[in-house]
Design a protein around this ligand. Sequence first.
Ligand code: SAJ
Length: 438
Amino acid sequence: MKESKVAIIGLGYVGLPTYVAIHQTGNYHVVGYTRNQKRIDALYRGLSQIDEPYVDEYLSKHQQELHFTNNEKDLEGTEIFIICVPTPVFDDFNPDYGPVISATKLIAPYIKKGAQIVLESTVNPGTSREVLLPILEERTGLKAGTGFNIAHCPERVNPGDKRWNIYNINRNIGSVNKAQNQKIAAFYRKFLPDALINEVASLEVAEATKIVENSFRDINIAFVNELAQSFDKMKIDVKETIDAAANKPFGFMAHYPGCGVGGHCIAVDPYYLIKKAATHGFDHKFLKLAREINNDMPKYTVYKLMEELNQVGYPVKGTKVALLGLSYKPDIADLRNSPSYEILSELERLGADVVIYDPFIFDQNHGLSTDVTIAASITEAVKDSIAVLIATAHSQFTNELPALLSSQKTLKVVVDGRNCLEKSAITDIGLRYSGIGL
Ligand code: SAJ
């Protein structure tokens, strides 16, 4: 006899590993809800569409026991709801809680006394209490804390990471009160190692933790991005400097400069804190400055290209440039907030003749304008190019480019937006090389 019925709302890179982890205990009837019927069909065929091979393997092996649906009636009888939907930002960088609010309204009719509602999506401190709680109390007629619990357990999934996953990443969890938090923490310890689950004092501490850890990363990246610009002028190798500083056994954590900060976490989360603190009269000047520095890196990278082309007598206008890499991080197909798009629009603004290649972007829905040339191979992309601009440190680029570029007759310049090639390997074949701070 299965124990509680658990519903996972949202079946992306957070919801699916959570679904699998709970399902594989064999103790719960787990329902995975997504509105997208195509996604449901793919999941039943063992295609997770997230970069976690073990998930696809599990889905394929347990096809008969899975339950994915877009019929909300299937949520009937659920005792534990886990919301794992996206929390993007609008163009003005205000958080977009649309998906979270829709998910909350979806589950409300199925919440019975004693239910647990866990929000794993990244939100501003205060959102669970100020946004979710009123909706649920009003629509259920129950009181949070006694009728049901709201918990926040921020996700820490790192897309494509081969080492860190849901089974070995620590988790913080906070609720409307301590007794309820102990209950939901006990549930998490049923499908994750006990030691990973840390109960914190409140919803707000749990929400703030995630924003703080990602803002920490953003400001550290901004620090080395600013350093790279300063060291470019002083002709000091910033990568070598950071690597040397990193041999200090305490008090230093290496981050590296690049052509920009992409993704759905680091590039986005600081804005949550900036916006929330502003409503309480505090101005996060430092976080805002870090975001500005990181957002300027695509333009700085194109400026480096202009400088290098200038040295070989080529204007950007009309010059063929191979833009290598669309994904925001290496060896995965994830375009969200990728700096490559800013680099492309700056190159187009300057009139460059751009050809793009990314080994992970096969299908056509990459959001590029139809008149952009997309090469089918790296060889096709660099052929007849005067300049190559690397925007993503895909393994294929670091493995193949030095040899490939040595045979290119027209090539003059390599701008390495991820400092992923050895400078000498490029200059030794007679090409100009510019990195970010190298
Ligand atoms: N980046 C730099 N320099 C760095 C590190 C990253 O320019 O030193 C750039 C990357 O190129 C990328 C962006 O920042 O465009 C984000 O890179 P990321 O490695 O932080 O990757 P994300 O966005 O997938 O971040 C996730 C986060 N995980 C969660 O939110 C659960 C983040 O907290 C992790 O620290 C990060 O993975 C990680 O360490 O890989």
